[in-house]
Design a protein around this ligand. Sequence first.
Ligand SMILES: NC(=O)c1ccc[n+]([C@@H]2O[C@H](COP(=O)([O-])OP(=O)(O)OC[C@H]3O[C@@H](n4cnc5c(N)ncnc54)[C@H](OP(=O)(O)O)[C@@H]3O)[C@@H](O)[C@H]2O)c1
Length: 322
Amino acid sequence: MRYVPLDTPKPISKIGLGTWQFGSREWGYGPDYEQRAAQIVRRALDLGVTLFDTAEIYGFGRSERILGAALGDDRAKVVVASKIFPVLPLAPVVQQRAVASAARLGVAGIDLYQVHQPNPVVADTTTMRGMRALQDVGLVGEVGVSNYGLRRWRFAEAALGRRVLSNQVRYSMVDRGPEKDLIPYAEQAGRIVIAYSPLGQGFLSGRYDARNPPAGAVRRANPYFLPENLERGTELIATLREVADAHDATPSQIALAYLLRHPNVVAIPGASGVEQMERNAAAAEIDLADDEHAALVAAAHAFRPVTGLAAVPKLIRARTRK
Ligand SMILES: NC(=O)c1ccc[n+]([C@@H]2O[C@H](COP(=O)([O-])OP(=O)(O)OC[C@H]3O[C@@H](n4cnc5c(N)ncnc54)[C@H](OP(=O)(O)O)[C@@H]3O)[C@@H](O)[C@H]2O)c1
């Protein structure tokens, strides 16, 4: 495993584990997944993974409970990251919700406590006042944000009066927006971009095609899995396979290695089984050559999916056909 080259209280692994899947029916993994989830966490620990990401909203607290129980006594050795869903993120609410998350996780302190998304009405001034108080009493280690643009991330830092260590954003070969300004800022200021959906929710695995889309409500709502977009992704997947073959790796591993080339980026793929966790952890060791990277950039650039409003009627049609 490799770690982020930054001065943090505990090392942060370049590959973490995302746990939205834990306790969340909408991924469609069935009742025995809870047991598998615990095995995934234990295996991740064996492989040197130190970043475990959850949120109070995942499975309405179930993800935090499953993760905390699976980590057991190892909780103190790793970076446990959770998130407040900011419905009304006033300072006192932030404090109460952190206490509830810590109780579900079974930890004395949350190593990284993140604001899940910017609240359009409540300013970060009051939210960060709550965060600062939590840091001062030791219930929170580092503060993070999620789905923030650069301006608001920096505003949050000014409001906190300390570093907001990380911004967790959608970043993968099919969503490269963070390369514009968030990653350069992280590199210049010693911050971290945490890449969520780093495999495009499995799109980049090459496992799915127009005749074989994934099940589950989450991915039925994701336009990348429209038959048309799966078709349009064929060339990108072919390039991933080509690079993967040269490394004796899989397309998913190459898609992760592409992100991890940036020193201040970590990725937190979810996993439906232990073997995926093993492969994802191993991806941290893959070094892409410059020409391989260039080929991946070109292939990602050439992928033009139907997204946004244009995708909505197609998503509804795909859903009603089921
Ligand atoms: N902050 C936010 O707003 C936000 C939003 C979304 C997610 N997140 C966080 O980010 C984490 C990851 O994002 P995500 O789950 O949306 O997407 P993801 O990590 O891109 O995709 C996860 C899915 O990809 C497949 N997969 C994983 N490893 C694989 C491998 N080695 N080979 C082939 N397939 C593999 C699995 O599905 P199958 O095996 O079923 O195909 C798995 O459930 C979440 O768990 C959550 O913690 C945060």
